[in-house]
Ligand binder design. Structure first.
Ligand code: NAD
Length: 368
């Protein structure tokens, strides 16, 4: 069997603790012949301490070569005083840029056992499983011209430019349709074609890609403001939502909160296909390095474990294994085990390591 290479970048704060739980999973899979080959390197504050930079060129070269990266978290108070260009977070941004990760996947998955954690009524969120696909490298966060200028009358003027080209829209649309085909076959494309030219082009281009290449997938267009409302009113109507960088930034946070807890949210960022057919990809929990609880066996490893499930599904086409791992997480929650961040009266409080062990046990039971 071909080797399945993964570059592990645990990073800072709780990063190494939660990644250690993923490492146990990799060992479990390898004992069953999956052939994962894990390499490990430094990123963020850990890389600054060792090399003086948040992403060493050798680490970047390795990430490019391996193509599949699993990251814990970066940052912490120790490095807060550094100038912006040298902060730990720059390591992550450089990685995203250099790997060309243009598609950001943020699932919102509500586990039955945690349905009470949402601020919404349980009947609105129960069984929820949707995916926000955000364009990550274009749009208003990068468009030129941008800046603040002095005006002759002493006032100032600020400009950001929302810009998208048809190739940029086509490639994210294709990812959306491909993801939908593996899910419930429904895509909602979100923009503001009523007031923005980029929205008009976005809508036309997504429709063209659909009609030419993915006519079997159900496609709907929706204005971003309406989408923000519909996510709260009836989130079950969505399967895959594809949208630009700015709207995706807002809508993915909104959708995440439908599920309740930061310690439960995974993410993936995908790039262009490589010669071997796989895409460059970075998997990481949505949360940060949580310095307030680091090193105390308090962190919830589930967001990181669920990010690894995404890695199985999207980088190695191990969809059944990913489903089973998500099933194992659901089972552990149903059995009442909770880390401190999701603990409620009547459930059993466990630490990071025990939670990792419980997931392994459940995986073993489901695989038996
Ligand atoms: P954070 O996500 O690290 O923490 C916010 C709160 O949620 C904290 O109270 C923390 O204890 C809790 N929390 C987060 N993840 C948890 C988990 N897995 N289990 C239990 N509790 C958890 O955000 P912050 O405090 O704003 O930032 C801390 C550092 O992380 C900063 O340096 C920030 O720049 C960095 N950061 C990194 C990333 C990343 O690596 N992708 C993302 C966000 C923030």
């Amino acid at each position: 069997m071909a080797e399945r290479r993964i570059l592990f970048l645990p990073g800072d704060g709780i990063g190494p603790e939660i990644m250690a739980q993923v490492r146990r999973l990799v060992d479990w899979y390898n004992a069953r012949g999956y052939g994962f080959l894990v390499e490990e390197d430094l990123v963020g504050g850990a890389a600054i301490d060792a090399h003086g930079v948040p992403l060493h060129p050798d680490t970047l070269a390795r990430a490019r070569e391996v193509g599949t990266v699993m990251l814990g978290a970066v940052g912490g108070p120790k490095w807060d005083h550094l100038p912006f260009e040298r902060k730990p977070e720059r390591g992550l941004l450089a990685l995203r840029k250099e790997l060309g990760l243009f598609a950001n996947l943020r699932p919102a998955l509500v586990f039955d056992a945690l349905v009470e954690a949402s601020t919404l009524k349980t009947e609105v969120v129960r069984g929820l499983d949707l995916l926000i696909l955000r364009e990550l490298t274009g749009g208003v966060y990068f468009g030129e011209p941008r800046g603040i200028e002095e005006l002759p009358d002493g006032e100032r003027r600020a400009v950001d430019t929302q810009v998208y080209t048809t190739p940029e829209i086509r490639r994210i649309a294709r990812v959306a349709f491909e993801l939908a085909r593996r899910r419930r076959n429904r895509v909602t494309s979100v923009e503001k074609a009523n007031v923005m030219y980029t929205g008009v082009l976005w809508r036309q281009t997504v429709q063209e890609v659909h009609d030419r290449e993915y006519p079997d997938v159900e496609l709907r267009h929706m204005y971003a403001d309406n989408c923000a409302m519909q996510l709260l009113r009836d989130p079950h109507q969505f399967d895959v939502i594809v949208t630009d960088n700015l709207f995706g930034d807002l809508l993915s946070d909104e959708a995440a909160m439908l599920t309740g807890s930061l310690g439960m949210l995974p993410s993936a960022s995908l790039g262009e296909r490589r010669p071997d057919g796989r895409r460059n990809a970075l998997y990481e929990p949505v949360h940060g390095s949580a310095p307030d609880i680091a090193g105390r066996d308090l962190a919830n490893p589930l967001a990181c474990i669920l990010s690894f499930a995404m890695l199985l599904r999207h980088s190695f086409d191990l969809g059944e294994e990913a489903d089973r791992l998500e099933g194992a997480v659901a089972r552990v929650l149903e059995a009442g085990y909770r880390t401190a961040d999701i603990h409620t009266p009547g459930t059993t409080r466990v630490g990071t390591r025990e939670m990792g062990g419980r997931v392994l046990e459940a995986l073993e039971a489901l695989s038996g």
